[in-house]
Design a protein around this ligand. Structure first.
Ligand code: FPP
Length: 277
């Protein structure tokens, strides 16, 4: 976390917020649904493309901040399987931006020891985009810092279908198909995110209360944070607010907060005795 202070101006708003973070309770993995580029442009009477272009800087800031905080992973939803329904020119623009981002940011990604990965059905992407992605994946493969995982042509349902098919295929190749039993561990280890912790915090910008087919399995116990801020306006302070809000949550994973409940043990004994009487 100390790496973050190297890029913060002492006394600034983000510096003050970072000071209040509990370094022992940072999320290991943050996932972000970056939404609102189109509306951001619309409010300025600009073409949607301008909104996507303005959406690149917050990507750079989020990557830098999460990496300097020492998080294990940041997963960004850049292009959903449903986004192909958009006009061809908009889709092409998104590919251009992604290639440009990878090309320009690779040196910085390397300097920060970040490992870049992609998830989704990448076969459907145009060749030049796939090539740029492969260059970044190969160049960063041995980096040991944060994992930057970008979801492209991604669908949570398709990911589950792919996982189940991969399990069946493995069993077929190993001659275990007749006795195949699928459990949660098998599905988890065949997802695109195999090896990554589940996201602790899912952030969505632009105020929409939806998960939009993102990480359906992995967000079972994620804390959700929705902000009305549109993605192009999302800055370091917004990310720090989201993490601070996360640190106030009481995560029980369906159980109880043991510290509080142990303190109440005597009340329980009394309650049970009252029922028994
Ligand atoms: C959602 O806004 C955003 C997207 C579909 C694309 C996200 C892409 C970027 C932020 C740029 C490049 C990405 C990387 C990783 C460098 P929207 O168009 O759905 O907005 P709207 O709901 O207001 O129309």
């Amino acid at each position: 976390m100390k790496d973050l202070f190297e890029v913060l101006k002492p006394g600034g708003e983000d510096w003050a917020l970072a000071k209040t973070l509990d370094p022992d309770r940072l999320p290991a993995h943050i996932a972000i649904i970056m939404d609102g580029n189109g509306r951001w442009a619309g409010r300025r009477n600009m073409p949607r493309a301008a909104g996507h272009r303005a959406g690149v800087e917050p990507v750079r800031i989020a990557v830098e901040t999460c990496s300097r905080l020492g998080l294990e992973a940041l997963t960004l939803y850049a292009f959903s399987a449903e986004n192909w329904k958009r006009p061809r020119a908009e889709v092409d623009m998104l590919w251009r931006l992604l290639r440009l981002y990878l090309h320009r940011e690779l040196p910085e990604i390397m300097r920060n020891d970040i490992r870049f990965t992609c998830m989704g059905r990448l076969d459907a992407l145009p060749d030049p985009v796939r090539r740029e992605i492969e260059i970044a994946i190969d160049a960063t493969a041995r980096n040991r810092g944060m994992r930057l995982n970008v979801a492209i042509n991604y669908s949570g349902r398709a990911e589950l279908v792919d996982a189940v098919n991969a399990i069946v295929e493995d069993a077929r190749l190993e001659g275990r198909l007749r006795d195949l039993q699928i459990d949660e561990a098998a599905i988890t280890s065949h997802l695109y995110t195999a090896g990554l912790p589940d996201p602790d915090l899912l952030i969505r910008t632009s105020g929409e209360m939806r998960v939009s087919n993102f990480l359906l399995w992995q967000i079972a116990y994620a804390e959700l944070y929705v902000t009305g801020t549109l993605w192009p306006d999302f800055r370091r302070v917004d990310l720090l607010h989201a993490i601070l809000d996360y640190q106030k949550r009481d995560r029980r994973f369906g159980g109880l907060n043991l510290e509080t409940e142990t303190a109440r043990a005597e009340e329980w004994v009394e309650a049970v005795q009252t029922i028994a009487r």
